[in-house]
Design a protein around this ligand. Structure first.
Ligand code: NAD
Ligand code: WQD
Length: 342
């Protein structure tokens, strides 16, 4: 079975993808500098699967370290999760975001070329559709004007991959545009572990539920949407992980560049998400309605037909499943991976 290098694989999406790959029989190597994660996540992945991961503490901007990883392992494909992802922080520290996100991509491409590794999946984002494209988003639409430096790093990295693959037709690239990943592995052993005050909706909700935050502020209820709150395409992180599994199967058989949306194809409002969380888990989420958050679009969601047609993948889990699994993870790990012996 093939060996897959997960750059940034100790993080939220990487750890769930590692579980899916290991369960399918792939060998997994993880390179992560733990900028936003913990080695404990990788130990938990091993616990869930009963399989071993080869873990390197490595900055993916360090070509020498990456070259060593490629020398010590026979890597068939890379999944590039490594990056900084907090939108607000990217506005405050744009240079840090451009430096980290672009450099990890360049270093991976350089060292892959030296090592003769020809296949890479990239964690892109629905944010690259920008503000102008009509919904639902289709892969054939042009990348738009991004609303923040984080989004621009994703758009620029997509361009870098496309140019690299044009120059070297033996390089195969799959750009995966994630919509809004939520939830956790049903074991509750791995999940999303934000540092400080969560930016994203679901971790904020679970922290209100457990009493770490007093109250959720719903950012705007005067949008032109079904209930006035914003609509997003929330995808269970295990569905997303299985999308990577299908994409790995695809890239091991095909060459060229492909782009896939990974989403459910259905928008859910903030109000619906919070009410589903309450109903499924039997907890109350204190909330107030506040003003709109700068940069938020009223509603966006995926057209997910291409992934179904070409990868044979679609989401299987419901919003209720994601709410249950997110709460299970939060309850079992009130402080995330922190305070755990590693
Ligand atoms: P995460 O922060 O949990 O995972 C990213 C991982 O990359 C972390 O483990 C971090 O320590 C590591 N990392 C960062 N810089 C690194 C470097 N220079 N060298 C080595 N490791 C480095 O985030 P996530 O939610 O798992 O996201 C994974 C990828 O998917 C990111 O590229 C993110 O931008 C992208 N993405 C995430 C979402 C989302 O909402 N979570 C949506 C779309 C795209
Ligand atoms: C979801 C909805 C908020 C927090 C971000 C990035 C995007 C992608 C996924 C990486 C919005 C509302 C939120 C709160 C709220 N990441 N909300 N109160 O902004 O859709 O997408 O993560 O690529 O690029 O922008 O996700 O979870 O922050 O917000 O009302 O305390 O929840 O207004 O409508 P978003 P989110």
């Amino acid at each position: 079975m093939a060996t897959i290098l997960l750059a940034g694989g100790a993080g939220y999406i990487g750890s769930h993808t590692a579980v899916a790959l290991l369960n399918a029989g792939y060998d997994v190597v993880i390179a992560d500098n733990f900028a936003n994660s913990s080695p404990e996540a990788v130990r938990r992945v091993e616990r869930i699967t009963g399989k071993q991961v080869r873990l390197y503490e490595a900055d993916c901007r360090d070509n020498a370290r990456l070259a060593q990883i490629f020398r010590e392992n026979s890597i068939d494909a890379v999944i590039h999760f490594a990056g900084l992802k907090a939108v607000g922080e990217s506005v405050a520290y744009p240079v840090r975001y451009y430096r980290n996100n672009i450099d990890t991509t360049l270093s991976l491409l350089e060292t892959m070329a030296d090592a003769g590794v020809k296949r890479i999946l990239f964690s892109s984002s629905a944010t690259v559709y920008g503000e102008e494209n009509p919904i639902p988003y289709l892969e054939t639409m042009p990348r738009g004007v991004c609303t923040n430096p984080y989004g621009w790093t994703k758009a620029m990295m997509e361009q870098i991959f496309e140019d690299a693959a044009k120059a070297d037709p033996s390089l195969s690239v799959v750009l995966l545009r994630y919509f809004n990943p939520i939830g956790a592995h049903p074991s509750g052993l791995i999940g999303e572990d934000p540092q400080g005050i969560p930016n994203n909706l679901m971790p904020y909700v679970t922290q209100v539920a457990i009493g770490k935050r007093e109250c959720l502020t719903v950012f705007g209820n005067d949008y032109d949407t079904k209930d006035g709150t914003c609509g997003r395409d929330y995808i269970h992180v295990m569905d997303l992980a299985e999308g990577h599994l299908k994409a790995i199967g695809y890239i091991l058989q095909h060459s060229g560049v492909e782009v896939f949306n990974l989403g459910t194809g259905t928008p859910v409002s903030v109000k619906e998400l919070v009410e589903t969380f309450e109903a499924v888990n039997g907890v109350q989420i204190r909330r107030i309605y506040g003003g709109r958050r700068a940069g938020d679009l009223p509603e966006y969601y995926a057209n997910a037909d291409k992934a179904l047609a070409m990868l044979g993948w679609k989401t299987e889990r419901s919003l209720a499943d994601a709410c249950r699994d997110a709460w299970n993870w939060q309850k079992q790990n009130p402080n995330g991976y922190r305070g755990v012996e590693t």
